[in-house]
Structures are given as C-alpha cells and as structure tokens.
Design a protein around this ligand. Sequence first.
Ligand code: FRU
Length: 614
Amino acid sequence: MKKIAKRLVALLLCGATLFTPATWAASDGVEVNHLGVNNTLVRVTGNGNYLLFPVEEANDDSRVQVLVDGNIVETIYVRLARSKTDYTVPYDLTPYKGKHVVFEIVTPQGRESVREAKEDACWKGLELADTLDTANQEKYRPAFHHTPLYGWMNDPNGMFYKDGQWHLYYQCNPYGSKWQNMTWGHAVSSDLIHWEHKPNAIKPNGLGTVFSGSCAVDYHNTAGFGKGTVLAMYTSAGTSQMQSLASSTDNGLTFDIYAGNPTLTLESEARDPNMFWNEKTGAWSLVLAHALDREMLFFSSPDMKKWTWQGRFGKGIGAQDGVWECPDLFELPVAGSDETKWMLLCNINPGGPFGGSATQYFIGDFDGKTFQADTDPSGNVPTKWLDYGKDHYATVSWSDAPDNRRTLIGWMSNWQYAADVPTRQFRSANTLPREVGLFRGADGEIYASCAPSPELEGLRDQLVRKVGKADIGWKSCSYSLPTAHDGICEILFEIDTRKSKAVEMTLFNQEGDKVVMKYNSERHTFSFDRRESGLVDFNENFPAVTVSPTFEEKGVISLRLFIDRSSIEVFGDGGRFVMTHLVFPRRPYSQLSFSSEGGNARLGDLKVYSLTTK
Ligand code: FRU
C-alpha cells in the first residue's frame, strides 16, 4: 500500500514537472520561456526604455522576431551570447510603451537539449534599462572622427546639406559590431566635426535590408512630395537587389518609404544608386554600380520614380579585380584653368592597390547619358586612386553642399579585416571630411586632390611645438608629441630634400610601436609602414607598407598629419596625395623623429597642435 502511494506521489510530481509552464524571470520585468531546443520566447513585463541583448561575437546569429500586440514588427539578427557576454546591444522599446512586446527567438543549431539551451549566457543577461551607456570610453574610439554610438558601421551614404546642417547617414548594424541588419544610421553636424547622433533613419522593410544610396533635396518638387523634401534612393537588399525611394519632410530625420517601390529593377546585381538633379538636362541623373559586371550604369528620370536607361561605362576599364560599388559623379573646375571636368568615383573591393578595398576614380565628360573617360597619350584610361592608405573606402560626397563645395567622406576601414579590428562596442569610424579638387600633374594628366575640410582648424587647441627651420642629418632628431586626450594631435611641416635623397619620419612610443614614413625624392614617393605600429596580428592583411606618388618635382613637400587614437591621415601638398591608415598602438605615439639619407635635408615650419575633444 505504502509502495503504491509512493509511486502515485512520484507520478504526480513527475506530471507536475512535465506540465509546469517553463517560464522564469531572467531579471526584473523580463520573462523567458523555452519552447524547444532552439526556440525561446522573451516577454517584456516590466518598464524600461531598452531591452539589453547580451552578445557574443564568435557565436552565430539568432533570428529575433519582434512581436508587438501579437504582430511581427521586425526581424533582426543578433549574435546572442552562448558561453560569455562580450557586450550588450540595446533594443529600443520606447515606441511600444503600453503594448505587449514579445521576442520570438530562434538560436543557432547545436544544442542537445532544452536543458543545455537554457544554459546560454544570453538568457540570464537579458535586462531592461532606462538609459544607454554613451560614455564611449573604449581605448581606440576616435575623439574627433565620426563613429556610431553602438555597433557596426560601413559605408557613409545619403549625405546631404540643408539649412546649415550636414547630414551623414551610414550603413550600420544597431544590434552588434559585425555586419548585419543593414540600416541607415544618422548623424548631423553644423561643422563637419562634431556629430550629433540621431535615431536610425531607414530600417529594413518589406523589400529587404537597406543598402547604400544617396539623398538630394527636391527643390523643384519633381517627385510630388513637396518643395524642399529630402529624397533618398537606396538599394533594397532582399533575395535580389532593387532600387527604392523614400522621402522626408522633416529634413531627413524620418523617411516615408515610397509605396510604389521598387522604382528600378534589373536582372543582375546592381546597387548603391547615386542620383543628382542635373541642371543641364533638367532631370535626375543616376549612376548605379553594376557590381559583378564591373561597370557603372546611367539612368535618368523626371520624378525619381520612372527611370530610363541612358548608358554604361567601365567594362574592362581601370581596376577590375573586384566588384564595383558606391559610385559618385560630379563636375569640378580644374585648378589654374577655365576648364571643368567630371569625376566618377568608383569604389572597388577587393582589387585595391594594397589589397582589399579602395577608391579609384576616372576623369572625363558626362553628357547626361554616359561618361566618357579621358585617355592618356597612348590611348588608355589610366587607373587613379583617391587615397593611398589601406583604410579608405566607399567614399562619396555631400549633395547640395554650400559655396560650390564638393566635400567627401569615406569609411575608414577595409573589408579585409574590418570585422576583426580590436574594438568592441562600436566598429569603424569615418575618415575626416575632405574637399575634393582637380589639378593637372606634370605628366599632363588631371588628378584629384583631397584637402582636409577647413572646419578642421577649429579643432586646434594649443600650439605645443613650433620649429622654424632645422637640419635633418643621418642621425635622427626627435620631437615630443602632446599627451592630452591620448595624444590626439595635428602635425604640420615641410621637408626639403634638394640636398638629400630621402627623409624618414618615425612616430613611436615607449612600447616599441612605430610607424615609419619615408619621403623618397628620387622616386617621388611617400611610403607608410605600419607593420610594427602596435596591435597588428588580429588579421594577416593588417600589417602593410603602402606607397603613394607625391606628384611633386622639386624635392620639397609639405605634410599635414592627423592622429586620432586609432588612425593616422596624411595629407601631402594640400591633398595632392593622401593616405589613410588605421593603427592600434599599445600606447599613444609620443615622439616624432626625422632622419635623412644621401645628404642633409631641411625641416621647415614644424607645428604641432594638441586638439580639443569639445
Ligand atoms: C560597400 C557595400 C555596398 C553595399 C553596402 C552594404 O561597402 O558592399 O555595395 O550597399 O556595402 O552594407
């Protein structure tokens, strides 16, 4: 009898465990409900502006469907933590206050049992928060370059200027520091230096995630959304790539997705639409990267909705060892002449001169239908590079900029290793803004110059060193650099090698980290060696030496360097040659030394400014 009773109790207990709903609270206001080995529901029961998702970068993506009052509002992909949490990413709950919010999560395969799945670090780490940690204290987060507040960033895109504000959109992943969930992040600035973070502007929608594109102000109300509306054209990346339209009547803060999307489709991969109002044709002109075909396509439209094919450019021309992406097209005066020329930007990945991604450009003419590139005396179209560093990609310009300015900005990384760089809560910065111009080189060719935007002078704090003239001999002489704010600084000087052959310039610190730059006036080259610049072994493609032509004839160059924690940008002779490089020194570079080869050289007008972060 006793035995039977015991059995009954055991059975009842067993039944009780079997049918107890498997819900438990992860933390205050968050309920987790495991439905199976790879399927979990997370319900928000408390109050808080954000739900923090714990992320483990090495883990695969989980698919997270967000249900509000029972309807799916979006699907995002998050590398939810399995064994440890690297950092958390916030999911903004503020639009759904007072509603039922549930996340339906499918984690990657690989768990044996629900019991094992329950052990994943992410469940215990789910938390509600009212504020975000925006201190941005990561060691390698730049002080005066634009970076996203959280998560991954690649291409800058859709930039326009209106009412005194420079709008910068960018490809971002709000839910992790690796590429995913492509969304247009948004920042605004009145001086191109201090960026105010704005809410994400265009999110993945019915046609897919939101790849790169462009914006322009519709001053003639051609699209019918109203005079002064901001129009955005971007690539919808679903199963295929299509071009879509969106419009904004609040100066680019929020966009309405055009109900008639897509506005342009092709049978092959094409992306990154770059459009502008063409005064000469009285219509919109569009350049589209026919990525895998390695060419650019041209279209025109009266209203941004109906597009007519006009022409193509590029098959077999220029650098062809990678896909063609992120075009831009504009007309510029050639310095010292009455001539104007069109410049076509063509970002290519891989196939850059030093591996991975880079920006090539073509100079020529555009008649509203197609682009015709200038040829050299032998009848070839020369390959020209905008920047000779490894970390300059997806460069495009602001539309509607004031004073006929053509201001560019690029993504300061390289697809070879962008996802591996030693940062955490954010990944990637944009380059400093640059003013593009054209000049004729000694070889008769027209080249692009990229000078730092004049606003950058506003960053200067104190002139911490000034040297009028100094001899540079074979024995190196060095100057100390500012230490405030981790050594961020601007350095300007001139090198005169008319009585020598080359000058070496080395940035170094007490850890033995160094960057060796060399101006060789016999070869008219400038090189940058970051093989021992600090942390370099996170990816085999990171250690590198890059070389640029200097375009000078006389053996004298002026250099302007900007150092910002994890980057060095070198502008030679007012931007006639430029190099952009990431570096990860274990401590800030504290000295700059000079030495000469083949005779004495002269250092002139050395100025070192400490820079402000305000
Ligand atoms: C260039 C690019 C673009 C695309 C975007 C996606 O870096 O590949 O062609 O629109 O990134 O994030």
